[in-house]
Design a protein around this ligand. Structure first.
Ligand code: PLP
Length: 554
């Protein structure tokens, strides 16, 4: 029975709950008829209040999205802005929800970067949609921790079904599906970075096990010091970091003029490393690199991996979503050679972070390799269904398949294809506007809804353009830096992010770029002259120094 006291009074004091209901403030510690009263302080919100304020929160979220164009996309705060706005320690007494709610606009929103805004073009698309938010709400409400089938049968089985659905939608080989008679299947991981680390560890383990077959007395610690993994110089920073975390050499191989890693480069690296006594065991190939969305040639890399017994992992964190559209599947040629494949529906498929899917051809490389099986986690159906704790690094896991399920059902394959194709065509619209202007050049042609451009002229000029755009704050974009044809190139990335973006928004973005280009060119005409006079462009990036190859830093 709900208390009839007004909310303010109810929240003024700590009260206690019995198993079957609620006691008012007067109930006292341990009081109440029948005496079976828990000593637990009542949570400050009951279901009645949750219904009320929950609806208010839904309205707030819908209004936030509906009116997001009216907010400045970029926060305008400096480090430490929030500390003076909040007390030094948590409140002793429960606070009124109304007061907490007011602080969202006062304390939080000034420091928010509005990733959902059509003016936000940073990084890559970030997934999000109402069906996905509803999925997270329900997952949080159920609150199960699905480390085993027994701890969450629906959590486990919905993950099997939805990862199979997604694999089929993307045209992945059948051996990656749970419904296939083999040992493969999909699993939802937190991030693509965590997946790479897991795959490096699994591949390291597989190689050690293979070597022990011929030399059972081998000291595996000393042999691991000879292990080497590969990626292209365009791979996401998380790939290099996985090498550091797994304590194995990670060699970055030079990509070609299209920023793609080619089979011949890998072949030479393997040959060189083997001649030095090293043992190649893993490669992460990327389909859709972070910098400019380039595609490694897995049809060339795959057969080499098969021949050399190297674990091929494919990181399609961003661009993988595009394979839902058959016209982009040419990049998948050679995917059958991959041991593992990952993509992030939390990037370009309308699912809120975190939801990264990994498929593996043979789960035994994970399940058997890292199997720690305490008695308290055992259950009667072991072996008949996956216990996903064996397929990941953490023990616990959320019920994330719900949001994937809701998204796939609410949009359908056709809706997702339309979303992807709309983003691709909006990027092409922006590219056409930039080209027509005449002052800009494309770093690479617009690919998979990513536009990479620069001002013609020195790198410094493009850097100033970026800085000017950021200082104005109408749109949010990030720069990147690559080496192309022997030269360091600074370029600006414009990603299509918001689900609600239209051609009008592209026009706004283009005008913002144009306005800043006018100012920069007016103020720094001398830099244009420098380029015309053939003076060396000695630009060096100050922030992302690590991105330039060692020989370029000299
Ligand atoms: N791989 C690629 C190609 C990426 O672009 C990114 C992030 O943008 C990642 C991996 C890292 O993704 P996550 O945040 O899921 O670890």
């Amino acid at each position: 029975m709900a208390s009839r006291l007004p909310l303010t009074l109810r929240l003024a004091g700590v009260r206690f709950m019995s198993a079957g209901g609620e006691f008012g403030s007067g109930a006292g510690k341990g009081g109440g008829a029948g005496g079976s009263v828990s000593q637990r302080p009542e949570a400050s919100m009951d279901s009645k209040q949750f219904r009320e304020v929950g609806k208010q929160m839904i309205d707030y979220i819908a209004d936030y999205h509906d009116n997001i164009r009216q907010r400045s996309v970029k926060h305008n705060v400096s480090p430490g802005y929030l500390l003076p706005l909040l007390p030094d320690s948590a409140p002793e007494d429960p606070e009124r929800w109304e007061d907490i709610f007011k602080d969202i606009e006062k304390v939080i929103m000034p420091g928010v970067m509005h990733w959902r805004s059509p003016r936000f073009h940073g990084y890559f698309a970030v997934g999000g949609s109402y069906p996905s938010i509803l999925g997270d709400m329900l997952g949080d409400a159920i609150g199960c921790i699905g480390f085993s089938w027994a701890s969450g049968p629906a959590c486990t089985e919905l993950e099997m079904v939805t990862t199979d659905w997604l694999g089929k939608m993307m045209g992945l080989p059948e051996h990656f599906l749970h419904s296939h008679s083999g040992l493969g299947g999909g699993v939802i991981q937190t991030t693509a970075s965590e997946t790479v680390l897991l795959c490096v560890l699994a591949a390291r383990n597989r190689m050690v096990a293979r070597m022990k077959e011929t030399d059972p007395d081998m000291n595996h610690h000393s042999v691991i010091s000879r292990f080497v993994c590969y990626s292209s110089d365009q791979a996401n920073s998380s790939v290099h970091r996985s090498g550091l975390l797994a304590d194995v050499r990670m060699r970055k191989l030079q990509s070609d003029d299209n920023f793609s890693l080619r089979g011949e480069t890998l072949r030479k690296a393997i040959e060189e490393d083997k001649a030095k006594g090293l043992i190649p065991f893993f490669i992460c190939a990327t389909l859709g690199t972070t910098g400019c969305c380039a595609f490694d040639s897995i049809k060339e890399i795959g057969p080499l991996c098969e021949k050399e017994g190297i674990w091929l992992h494919i990181d399609a964190a961003y661009a993988g979503s595009a394979f839902v559209c058959p016209e982009y599947r040419e990049h998948l040629e050679g995917v059958e050679y991959a041991e593992t494949f990952s993509t992030n529906p939390h990037k370009w498929m309308l699912c809120n972070y975190d939801l990264s899917v990994m498929w593996i051809k043979n789960r035994e490389y994970l399940v058997d390799a890292f199997n720690v099986d305490p008695f308290y986690l055992k259950h009667q159906n072991e072996g008949r269904v996956p216990d996903f704790r064996h397929w990941q690094i953490p023990l616990g896991r959320r019920f994330r398949a719900l949001k994937l399920w809701f998204v796939l059902r609410c949009y359908g394959v056709k809706g997702i294809q339309q979303y992807i194709r709309t983003h691709v065509s909006l990027a092409e619209e922006l590219e056409a506007l930039l080209v027509k202007d005449g002052r800009f050049e494309m770093h690479v042609p617009a690919t998979m809804a990513l536009v990479c451009f620069r001002l013609k002229g020195t790198n410094k000029l493009s850097e100033m353009l970026h800085d000017h755009i950021m200082a104005r704050g109408d749109i949010y974009i990030i720069p990147d830096y690559a080496r192309a044809q022997g030269k360091g190139v600074y370029f600006i990335r414009v990603a299509m992010v918001s689900e609600y973006m239209t051609s009008d928004d592209i026009e706004v973005t283009f005008r913002a770029i144009q306005r800043s280009a006018d100012c920069v060119q007016e103020r720094y005409a001398d830099l244009l002259q420098t380029e015309k006079n053939g003076v060396k462009d000695d630009y060096m990036p100050l922030i992302n120094n690590d991105a330039c190859p060692a020989d370029f830093k000299k």
